[in-house]
Ligand binder design. Structure first.
Ligand code: PEP
Length: 254
């Protein structure tokens, strides 16, 4: 059985003061949730603070991106071994904001994924279609190509060692959540595609992301192929994030 994973993407929000306040609430709130994994993804400058504040809580710390190259002349990038050095265990790759605002291609995302794996970081590969692509019936073609690029460039074993987050672009930050049935259909497709690449696909956790809130989380987590959530806005409010964690714990024990 796959262990649920609830990940909070803080995006480009916060200050040292808000990071400390949020972590202090999460430290108290997560105790007792021993059968699932919790991950927070702060802005890079706050990673060392978060690693320190998470010490002893079981909360893992990740980065919102990872360099595709080894250390060298790549101004503005952060190499995977640097993330390891400061205590990161995970990194997002291919978040739709990176793909849309910073023109990251499937090939670049795959190179970031490969670099993370070379250094033992667990990449969280974000995939998902835009509203226009969904309306044109291209969801599976888009998501399939995003996964295939990683399998081809990083390798099938690397792919099977990561996490996949299905994040329909039209649901991110919009308040519109995919219905549990819509999400489950794409999650089942993702799991089948992973299985075509690797026999270990049944172990890969596939998270749903897109306006997840405590009130919508329970019915999403009840679906067979939804193993947790990548949470944006609601992860900045301790009560909401902890509420989503509680829904995952209830679904696990149901
Ligand atoms: C995200 O940024 O990955 C995300 C899912 O955001 P939100 O929950 O705010 O839609």
């Amino acid at each position: 059985m796959r262990r649920p994973l609830i990940a909070g993407n803080w995006k480009m929000h916060g200050s040292r003061a808000t990071v400390h306040a949020l972590m202090s609430a999460l430290r108290d709130g997560v105790s007792g949730f021993d059968a699932l994994d919790v991950l927070v993804l702060p802005p890079a400058v706050y990673i060392p603070d978060v690693v320190r504040l998470a010490d002893g809580t079981g909360i893992a710390t990740g980065a919102q991106n990872v360099g595709d190259q080894e250390q060298g002349a790549c101004t503005g990038e952060i190499a995977a071994d640097m993330l390891v050095d400061v205590g990161c265990t995970h990194a997002l790759v291919g978040h739709s904001e990176r793909r849309a605002l910073y023109h990251e291609t499937d090939a670049l995302v795959a190179a970031r994924f490969a670099a993370a794996r070379r250094h033992g970081i667990t990449p969280v590969l974000c995939v998902g279609e835009t509203l226009e692509q969904r309306e044109r019936g291209e969801t599976e073609a888009v998501v399939g190509a995003q996964i295939d690029a990683v399998a081809e460039q990083a390798g099938k074993e690397a792919l099977a060692a990561g996490v996949v987050a299905y994040e329909p672009v039209w649901a991110i930050g919009t308040g519109v959540t995919a219905t549990p049935e819509q999400a489950q259909a794409v999650h089942a497709f993702i799991r089948a595609r992973l299985a075509e690449h690797s026999g270990h696909a049944t172990d890969v956790r596939v998270l749903y992301g897109g306006s997840v809130k405590p009130r919508s989380a329970g019915e999403l987590f009840a679906m067979a192929d939804i193993d947790g959530a990548l949470v944006g806005g609601a992860s900045l409010k301790a009560d909401d994030f902890l509420g989503i964690i509680a829904r995952a714990d209830e679904a696990r024990s149901a």
